[in-house]
Design a protein around this ligand. Structure first.
Ligand SMILES: [Zn+2]
Length: 334
């Protein structure tokens, strides 16, 4: 596992913090957009330690004494927003739907409480401990968006115009993408995963495909996914075809009368060997089945993850790993 201590330069005004950690939950990309002494950060990391590491890396490219004054959250999942509170005084921008969705997202305290109840002898408990128990959520406090929008918003960063475009519901209820037209860069958030089977909570999958089409319609040179390495339009197109293929397959299996767990077993047998975290096929199938069955209540993250563990028991380690592989860390200046 590599926690980057430097930002990757996409161009002289756009930098990315790229954990690029295939096979893991929680290690998401963050993007710093700068112009003069102004800067905007797209997404914040999952823990205080990761956020402090990102901030230290950002100070290496920001002119002194510039501070990050604007944060944008592409969606409300914790791995893209828990670090918000470590940017005191920053304006935090997201969609109206993301602000509403935050109310149903588990906060760091709830996640810690859930992990504290996990039994190592239970496969589901071991899965949660392996993927989420490695992070220390202490030292975080939720900082929700202070400015919201629907549809479209233009933000000025120095001499740059940055467009925020609402593309949800897709991955979650209120996804947005960030477009830096002058530099041909799009920050896709989690409508785009590279390297692992994607996980999509809101759906339907057609909306994820549509969101990716909106990315391509902007004719970007570089696309930053929520997780995984930087890509160009060809990889986005390939990902769209993959998600559309999964959608079509799930619809066929649903029409044939298969139960949701049976359908995800079929997808598992047909999985792409080059992608990690294939237990997430259970979550994708459950998300699409909810739409096909006209289920209106919001998805249960715990039930979805239980289905993932049922689908792929071999993805669960035999013994519970130690807690806090990635420790908490306080800002040394605070
Ligand atoms: Zn994510």
């Amino acid at each position: 596992m590599r926690i980057p201590t430097h930002l990757a330069e996409i161009n002289p005004r756009v930098f990315a913090w790229l954990p690029d950690s295939p096979g893991t939950w929680g290690m998401a990309n963050c993007i710093l957009i700068t112009s003069g002494s102004a800067s905007l950060l797209v997404d914040t990391p999952y823990t205080a330690h990761l956020t402090q590491t990102l901030k230290t890396a950002a100070y290496q490219v920001l002119p002194q004494p510039a501070e990050i004054s604007t944060v944008v959250n592409t969606h409300a999942n914790g791995d893209h927003s828990y670090g918000n509170g470590l940017f005191p005084g920053a304006e935090i921008i997201s969609t109206e739907a993301n602000l509403r969705h935050l109310c149903v997202e588990p906060g760091p305290d709830q996640l810690e409480a859930l992990l504290a109840r996990c039994q190592p002898e239970d496969p589901f408990g071991r899965y949660l401990l392996a993927h989420f128990g490695r992070y220390d959520y202490r030292g975080l406090h939720l900082a929700p968006p202070t400015r919201t929008f629907t549809d479209h918003l233009e933000v000025t960063v120095g001499t740059l115009t940055v467009e925020l475009i609402e593309v949800g519901p897709a991955h979650t209820a209120g996804d947005l993408i960030v477009h830096v037209a002058d530099d041909g860069v799009v920050c896709a958030g989690d409508v785009l995963f590279i390297g692992d089977v994607p996980v999509h909570w809101a759906g339907p999958l057609s909306q994820v495909v549509d969101a990716c089409q909106q990315i391509l319609d902007l004719h970007p040179r570089v696309v930053v996914p929520g997780h995984g390495s930087l890509v160009g339009p060809e990889e986005v197109r390939r990902y769209m075809e993959y998600v559309a293929g999964l959608r079509d397959r799930i619809h066929t299996l649903h029409a044939e009368g298969l139960e949701v767990d049976q359908a995800s077993q079929v997808l598992l047998r047909e999985r792409r060997p080059d992608l990690g975290l294939w237990e997430r096929l259970a979550v994708l199938t459950a998300t699409e089945y909810r739409h096909l069955n006209d289920v209106s209540e919001p998805p249960s993250v715990v039930q979805a993850l239980q289905a993932a563990v049922r689908l792929a028991p071999e993805s669960v380690p035999e013994t519970a790993p130690p807690r806090y592989t990635f420790p908490a860390q306080r800002d040394p200046r605070s």
